[in-house]
Unconditional design. Structure first.
Length: 95
């Protein structure tokens, strides 16, 4: 009895993780990818994705605060992936 419960729980976890990986792959395909040659014999791929964005008016200027996620994948020798979360402030005069 206990073995069948364990097997069903493992099957459920495998199905949930497969769905999660499929969604991440779909999102990866939808994100714009730009290829930037970094050095000789290397290829660097970057993805920029705005996670959240908020605009406010402060003292007659529009201030936009955006949280961006940059995924950098280097393909030369061994593949390497680096994820950078950063906050970006933009100030624009109000029209």
């Amino acid at each position: 009895m206990g073995v069948s419960v364990a097997v069903s729980v493992l099957a459920l976890l495998a199905e949930v993780s497969l769905i999660y990986l499929q969604r991440r792959l779909d999102r990866y395909r939808q994100t714009a990818v730009s290829i930037i040659p970094a050095k000789r014999n290397s290829l660097r791929t970057k993805q920029d994705e705005i996670v959240t964005s908020e605009s406010r008016e402060v003292h007659g200027e529009v201030v936009t605060v955006a949280r961006e996620r940059v995924v950098e994948i280097r393909r030369w020798g061994r593949p390497m992936q680096r994820v950078i979360d950063r906050m970006v402030w933009r100030r624009e005069p109000k029209n």
